[in-house]
Design a protein around this ligand. Sequence first.
Ligand code: DAH
Length: 346
Amino acid sequence: MKEKLESILENAKEDIKNSNDENDMNLIKSKYMGKTSEFTSIMKSIGILSAEEKKSVGILTNEFRTTFNNLFDEKLNAIKLEKLNKKLESERIDITLPGKVVKTGSLHPLTHIRETLEDLFVSMGYDVVEGPEVETDVNCFEKLNIPKNHPARDMQDTFYITDEMLLRTQTSSVQVRTMLANKDKTPIKMVCPGKVYRRDDDDATHSHQFMQMEGLVVDKNISLADLKGTLLELARTLLGKNTNIRFRPSYFGFTEPSYEVDVTCFKCGGKGCPLCKNIGWIEILGSGMVHPNVLRMCGYDPEVYTGFAFGVGLERLAMFKYGITDLRVFYQNDVRTLDNFNRKEM
Ligand code: DAH
């Protein structure tokens, strides 16, 4: 029996040595350990042996199995390792090669300014609302205390669609809509960013379409101090902590008193430079206390409620902030130009 097992083992060794892949190894396994193998029939025959023989044959078969399995596993591992090495070699990656550049988009500078302002006002408890660009004459002018034929209409050359419908010239129309929709509920705190239209020939500083953001607060006891604090916050968020503001008296039909608001030039800090035309101040928006007539026409008793409003042109802000000298840049949408703003601190 011993010789028999030794000769089987010799054959197995030879086969294992000559095997080159996992397939060969599978065949070897079934040849020497499978159901029809010589070894299995020896194992089956153990049952009929005497107890003495069982013991000695048992030892021999155990030895055989252990030796075979060791040889087998060693070879199989070697085959697997070689296969893995070949695979790694063929899939070798040169990590020093330059990577593929993934092209990313960038926010349009106007979008960035709009979102910065929206975030600021939302943080102060304002709603962001929208209104239609095709508007009624009533909402865009009449309820804003600018009746038909009022000279203030000349300030905003309008695209009329019919006698009563127009492309809104100012987001102030959304003040009217908001007050009418709220009846006499207060407080109203809203900003409305959006496009407006005026009959202008496009050039470096004029555009027939541009963007404004309107702000409106109506409640009891709203004063000019609230307006001032709010606009100071707006200016500092957008242009830096050291920015200051000043109010200059002005005229808008829907506010009384009305102001134009200037900020200290953020390039020279107010000393005077080409950007601010040596004045040290740059005008950025119009504002004022909501006119009692507007409150009344929109359903609020001016004896009880007061409010402030402001309207800011987003292109103007962006032009100063990014040093853009031609308004058309915003609408030509040349990706090469717009990409540049991505690298600037917003
Ligand atoms: N609507 C004005 C404009 O387009 C800007 C403005 C001025 C808005 C004063 C206001 C305001 O809300 O109170 O020129």
